[in-house]
Design a protein around this ligand. Structure first.
Ligand code: NAP
Length: 320
C-alpha cells in the first residue's frame, strides 16, 4: 500500500509517499481501507518534533480518516467488513491507503456523509463537541463567540452551537471566510484582520459582552478576549501557538475565567458521549463537515503548508 512516511522530524518535505507493507489486524484490531484523511494543525506540530506528543520514527501521520472496514481481527464484534467508518486515532496512521486501528477507534459513518467529510469529523467535531457540551452550562441563555470560525474546528462549532440554540458570533480573516461563517450559523460575523473589530463585537452585545469565547489563537487574542467577556464569562482556549501576557484585573472585574483543554486529555466517558452525539448530528444533517480542499495523498507536504496559511474555509483532506 501507499503511505506517507516520516523518517525524521522537520519541514513539510519530510512527508514522503512510500510503498509499505499493508498491515494485518491482530486480536481486537480492524483494518480500514482509508479513502480520505483529514489534515489537522496538530499533525504539523507533531511533524516538527516540538509537540509534547512525539511518535517513534519512522511514523505515518494522521488520526482522522474515513473509509470502509477491510478486515477484522479475532474478537472484534462491534464492526464488520464492508462497514463505512471514521477513525478517531489509529495504530498505524491515517495518511495511508490502509490503517490499522483498535476496534474502539472506529465509529460508524452515516451514509449521507462522504468519505472526505468523514475525514473531517474526529478532531474538529470532537473538539467542538467537548467545548460546547462539556464546558458550558445554561445553554440557551448564552452568547458564544467562535474566535476563528472559518476553519475545521470553527465551522464544526458554528453548526453545533446553532443547533443548540445559542446566539453565535464568529470571526474570519477574509471575506470568503466571513461568508462561510454566516452561512454555517453565525448571527453576526467579524473580520479578525480589521483593526477595532473587538469594539464591533461588544457593540453587537449592546455592551454586555459575550458569555463564552472559543479561542483558536490564544497567543494573539487572549488579553483582548478578557475585555469582551460578560459577567461570569469564560474563555475556552482551544488553539495556542506561543506565549501571551494578560491583565488578571480584566478577569477580576468580570468574575471571568479561562479554561483550556486538549482532546488528548478527555476521559473515556466524555469520548463515548462525543461519538454518540456526533453520530446523531451527522445522521440528522445538523452536522455537515465542510471540505475546502481535496488533495491526493502524495501532496501531504503542500497540505501541511496550506493548513497554516490564513484564509481557511473548512477542512483540507488527503484522498487516497
Ligand atoms: P484551521 O482549520 O487551520 O483554522 C484556523 C482558524 O483560526 C481559522 O478560522 C483562521 O481564520 C483562524 N485564525 C487565524 N488567525 C486568527 C486570529 N488572529 N484570531 C482568531 N482566529 C484566527 O485549524 P482548526 O483545525 O480549526 O484548529 C484551530 C486551532 O485549534 C489550531 O491552533 C489547532 O491546533 C487547535 N486545536 C486544538 C485542539 C485541542 O484539542 N485543544 C483540537 C483541534 C484544534 P482565517 O484563516 O480566516 O484567518
Amino acid at each position: 500500500m501507499k503511505a506517507i512516511v516520516v523518517r525524521g522530524f522537520g519541514s513539510p518535505d519530510v512527508l514522503e509517499l512510500k510503498e509499505v507493507p499493508t498491515p494485518k489486524p491482530g486480536e481486537g484490531q480492524v483494518l480500514v481501507r482509508i479513502h480520505a484523511a483529514g489534515v489537522n494543525p496538530y499533525d504539523t506540530y507533531i511533524r516538527t518534533g516540538t509537540y509534547p506528543h512525539k511518535p517513534e520514527l519512522p511514523y505515518t501521520p494522521g488520526s482522522d480518516g474515513a473509509g470502509v472496514i477491510e478486515a477484522v481481527g479475532e474478537g472484534v464484534t462491534r464492526v464488520q467488513p464492508g462497514q463505512r467508518v471514521y477513525t478517531a486515532k489509529t495504530l498505524t496512521g491515517a495518511y495511508a491507503q490502509f490503517a490499522l486501528a483498535l476496534e474502539s477507534q472506529v465509529h460508524p459513518l452515516p451514509d449521507r456523509i462522504t468519505f472526505s467529510q468523514g475525514a473531517g469529523v474526529w478532531v474538529p467535531y470532537g473538539t467542538a463537541y467537548h467545548a460546547l457540551h462539556h464546558w458550558i452550562a445554561d445553554h440557551a441563555a448564552q452568547t458564544v463567540l467562535i474566535h476563528g470560525a472559518s476553519g475545521g474546528v470553527g465551522t464544526a462549532a458554528l453548526q453545533m452551537a446553532k443547533a443548540m440554540g445559542l446566539t453565535v458570533f464568529g470571526t474570519a480573516g477574509t471575506s470568503k471566510g466571513i461568508d462561510l461563517v454566516e452561512r454555517e450559523g453565525a448571527q453576526q460575523a467579524f473580520l479578525h484582520t480589521q483593526a477595532g473589530y473587538q469594539e464591533q463585537i461588544l457593540d453587537a452585545t449592546g455592551g454586555r459582552g459575550v458569555d463564552v469565547i472559543l479561542e483558536m489563537l490564544a497567543n494573539i487574542n487572549l488579553a483582548q478576549d478578557l475585555r469582551l467577556l460578560a459577567n461570569n464569562g469564560r474563555v475556552i482556549v482551544i488553539g495556542n501557538r506561543g506565549e501571551v501576557t494578560i491583565n488578571a484585573r480584566d478577569l477580576m472585574a468580570r468574575r471571568g475565567s479561562i479554561h483550556a483543554f486538549t482532546l488528548w486529555s478527555i476521559t473515556p466517558a466524555e469520548e463515548a458521549d462525543i461519538h454518540a452525539g456526533l453520530f446523531a448530528g451527522l445522521a440528522n444533517g445538523t452536522l455537515r463537515p465542510i471540505v475546502s480542499k481535496e488533495m491526493p495523498l502524495g501532496e501531504a507536504a503542500r497540505a501541511h503548508k496550506e493548513i497554516l496559511e490564513p484564509g481557511a474555509t473548512g477542512k483540507i483532506v488527503l484522498t487516497t
